[in-house]
Each structure stands twice: as structure tokens, then as C-alpha cells.
Design a protein around this ligand. Sequence first.
Ligand code: SF4
Ligand code: SF4
Ligand code: SF4
Length: 333
Amino acid sequence: MTQTPARLVLACCVLLFVGPVGGAAVLGAGAGQPDTPSPLALDDLAALDALIEEDEGADEAVVELDAGAALDVTLLAGVLGFALYSFKRRSESLKLVSWLLSIGYLGFYKASLVSVVDIFGALRASLPAFQDGQAYYLLIAFTLASTVLWGRLYCGRICAFGALTQLMDRIVPARFRVEPPAWLDRRLVYLKYVMLGTAVLYVLASGDTLVYRYIEPFWMFTRNGNAIMWTLLTILLLATVFVRNVYCRYLCSVGAGLGLLSNLTVFKIKRWGECSTCKLCEKTCEWGAIDGPKILVSECVRCDDCERLYADEDKCPHWLIQKHVARRAASAG
Ligand code: SF4
Ligand code: SF4
Ligand code: SF4
């Protein structure tokens, strides 16, 4: 509604109220003349004007709120759109930019990450009202839809904490790395499901949602934690120096939830027949998400490292064999 019609509507309402209904009391009409409204006095006009001013102030606040929410949604849509674009382009440099946007905007600026608290909220039917959280719902909708379409794309590009640890992985010298043996890795990945199940049961039984502060480190983007939280975070980041993506791979409840959902993935990663014997992609995958020819969808974050290999005609044995066969056919002919 524009301000002028709003003023008119408010003025009519006030006149309707203070005139025939409240006229006797408000405008000082005599007790014996209840049906004869008095004309408006100067004082009453001033009161009416004050009411209209107040309404204008409220209108401006709402407009400001709407503008802020619209900007939030637009910027978030930009970050999500860029992440999707970088995924579709399978570009390593665009992925880096996407991580930086997530860390800077979604992390340190907005502190807006999908959290186990959202899972608690969904289970207890206690989520924010839509009009107060359009950006929140956009992030949740994108996360769920992209997981069903492609898998844990949220983990691979959008989650600010995941982006931070993946960036650490690029910076920390390889000699510091300790790679858990495959047999241990295969068992440790189940730990995150135990974390999720335990946290959900605990919250359903106790109603204490604040437990999230001790099972996920996302609060770090608010820089608002107690001594125990900072100590746990320091230990976690130190562990991440030695074991890449340790929290994401073994401990994250959100990652566990998205891992379960990613079993519905529509557009799966393609494989060649040669993948049953070739180990190149398995060795390349930093998430332990490839087991022989099989992609473990619940662990895969669609980082696209193996997809670039799949399409690489100079590295992937599938293409090398094709070229070799073509050369032999040409020389035989
Ligand atoms: S596993 Fe958890 S912390 Fe890691 S990227 Fe996914 S949601 Fe973020
Ligand atoms: S490099 Fe090619 S053949 Fe080897 S695992 Fe990857 S996609 Fe399969
Ligand atoms: S390398 Fe492939 S399987 Fe491993 S996380 Fe990346 S996209 Fe998924």
C-alpha cells in the first residue's frame, strides 16, 4: 500500500471511531447529547495527525525491513547461483571463488549455515515464520533440492565451515597429512550417523537444543563461544591440519542427514567400465567416497575431482584405451 491511501484509510478509520462511536467521550460532547457528535477541536486534529505520523513511521520500518530481507535473499541467491555455476562448469578456480564467497558472506558476515538445530526444529515443528526468514527458507530449499538432484553439493561448495576446511586442505603442506587406512575410514564414517541419532534422541528427550554448540563448530562464525567451545574448536581445527576434512567426514550431523538424503540423488556421477580396475579416481577422491567402481553417494560432496578425470582424454584409461584401439585400427587398415 502506498503512503497516501494508507493515510486516507487510517484517517477514515480514526474518524469513524472518534466520531459516532467515541465522540461523546473523546470530543467532550455532553452526556445528554450522545447522538450529536461535536465538531473536531484543534487538540483532536493534533492527536489525529500524531496517529497518522506514527502509522507512517511503522510503514517506513516495514518498507526498510522488506528492503533488507529482499537484499538478503538477492545476495544469497547470488552466492547459491554462483556455486551452482561453478559446479556446472567443473572449474577448480570457480570452486575456490565459491568457497571464498561462502566463507566471507554466509560464514563471517551472515553466520548462516544449515545446522543440526534446523533438524531439531523440523522434528519439533518449530521453524521460523516464513515472512521472517525468506533467506533461511531459500537456503534450506536449495540445500534439499540440490541434494536430491546432485548429492551433497551444499557440503562441497556452500557450507562455510566445509569451505574453510577444504581451503585449509589446499594450504596445509601435504607432509602434515595423515590418511586413515581404508578399513578405519570405512568404519569412522558411521560415527556421524551416531552423532546425529544421539543428538536427535537427546533433544527429543530433554528439549535442550543448546547441545548443538558442543557437537558442531558453526557458531565460530559468530565469534561468540565459551571457553569449552573455543577449546573444542581449537582441537578440531588442529586435527583438521593432520586429517583432511575430519569433521565433515566423521562427525558432522548435518553431513549425515544430507548423506542419507543423497541416496535419492537423481543425476549421479558417471562411470566407465574401466573404473572396475582403475584406481585413479579412488586415489584422487579426498573424501574417501570411491570404493573401486562404486561411488559412495552418502560420502560424496560433488567436488568434481573425479568427474574432471572422467572427462580427461589424456589421463583417464578409458580414453587412452579408446585412442589406442583407434590407432591400431588405423595402422591395420
Ligand atoms: S559435512 Fe557438515 S561441516 Fe562439512 S560441509 Fe557438510 S554440513 Fe558443512
Ligand atoms: S580415471 Fe577414468 S577409468 Fe579410472 S577410475 Fe577415473 S573415470 Fe574410471
Ligand atoms: S572425487 Fe568424486 S566421488 Fe569423491 S567427493 Fe569428489 S565428486 Fe565425489
